[in-house]
Design a protein around this ligand. Structure first.
Ligand code: PXP
Length: 249
C-alpha cells in the first residue's frame, strides 16, 4: 500500500497572505485526514512564507495519521523537529532562498553530516527519509548514513511525463513514458536490495501518479502538495484527495 501524505504548505501560504487564520491550517489538516489522507506533510522554510515554525506544535497535536516534517537540517530546523517529534523527518538539501526543492542530496559528499543527523533524529524515535535522485552510488551512500527511507525527487519524471502529452503516436508515447520512469524502477529495485524504504514526491499529479506507482514497486508513501491543492480549487478538497487515492489503488 502506498500512503498519501498531503503537503499543506500551500494552504499556509494562502492563510499568510492576509495575516488572519483563514483558512485554518489545523482544520485543513484534520479534514485532509477525514477525507482519506494517510499523512500530513509540512516544509517549514527559513523565511516561514508558508508553514511557520510555530504551527508545528499544534499540528503535532491535531494530526492523527503521520506527520512528516521536511526541510534542510539547519540547527534551527533540527531543534524544531527534535522538540516536536513527528513520525517522520525528510531531510532536503534546499538552499534557504529556494522556491522549491529541485534536487536530492549528494549523499557521498555529505555522508558524514547526514549520518550524524540521521542518528540524532532516530535517537528520538523519529523515522528518517533522505530526499534523493535515483543514482545508485547515492543510494548506497544513503544506506551508509543509516536512514530508514529515501524519498525520490520526482521532478524530472514529472517533466518528462508532461512532454509525452505532445506525442500523438501511442507507441512513441509509451516509449517516452517508460524512459521517464525506468531510472526510478531500477533505483527502487536497488533500494529493496539495500533494505531502504521508498517514498517519492515533487510535481506528482493526477496525470503522472498512477504510472509512477505502477512502475515503482514497494512505494511506501507519496507526498503531494502543489497539484493536489490546485486540483482542490476545481474539485473541492475531499474529491481531490479521493482522486489521488484512486490513482494509488
Ligand atoms: N517532497 C519534497 C522534499 C518537497 O520539498 C516538496 C515540495 O515542498 C514535495 C515533496 C511536494 O511537491 P509538490 O508540491 O510539487 O507536490
Amino acid at each position: 500500500m502506498t500512503k498519501l501524505s498531503v503537503n499543506i504548505n500551500k494552504i499556509a501560504l494562502i492563510r499568510n497572505a492576509r495575516g488572519s487564520n483563514y483558512p485554518d491550517l489545523l482544520q485543513v489538516a484534520a479534514d485532509c485526514e477525514e477525507f482519506g489522507a494517510q499523512g500530513i506533510t509540512v516544509h517549514p522554510r527559513p523565511d516561514q512564507r508558508h508553514v511557520r515554525f510555530d504551527d508545528i506544535p499544534s499540528l503535532k497535536q491535531v494530526v492523527t495519521t503521520e506527520l512528516n516534517i521536511e526541510g534542510y537540517p539547519s540547527r534551527e530546523f533540527l531543534q524544531l523537529v527534535l522538540k516536536n517529534r513527528p513520525h517522520q523527518c525528510t531531510l532536503v538539501p534546499d538552499a534557504p532562498e529556494a522556491i522549491t526543492s529541485d534536487h536530492g542530496w549528494d549523499t557521498v559528499k555529505h555522508q558524514q553530516f547526514l549520518q550524524q543527523t540521521v542518528k540524532e533524529l532516530q535517537d528520538q524515535g523519529i523515522r528518517v527519509s533522505l530526499f534523493i535522485d535515483p543514482i545508485p552510488e547515492r543510494l548506497e551512500a544513503a544506506k551508509e548514513t543509516g536512514t530508514d527511507r529515501i524519498e525520490f525527487y520526482t521532478g524530472p519524471y514529472a517533466h518528462l511525463m508532461q512532454q509525452t502529452n505532445s506525442l500523438s503516436s501511442t507507441v512513441e508515447k509509451e516509449a517516452a513514458r517508460s524512459e521517464a520512469v525506468i531510472p526510478f524502477s531500477e533505483a527502487a529495485a536497488f533500494c529493496r536490495h539495500l533494505g531502504l524504504g521508498i517514498n517519492a514526491g515533487h510535481d506528482l499529479n493526477l496525470d503522472n501518479l498512477r504510472y509512477f506507482k505502477q512502475h515503482v514497486p514497494g512505494l511506501l508513501e507519496v507526498s503531494i502538495g502543489h497539484a493536489l491543492v490546485c486540483d482542490a480549487i476545481y474539485y473541492g478538497l475531499k474529491n481531490a484527495i479521493q482522486l489521488y487515492l484512486r490513482e494509488l489503488e
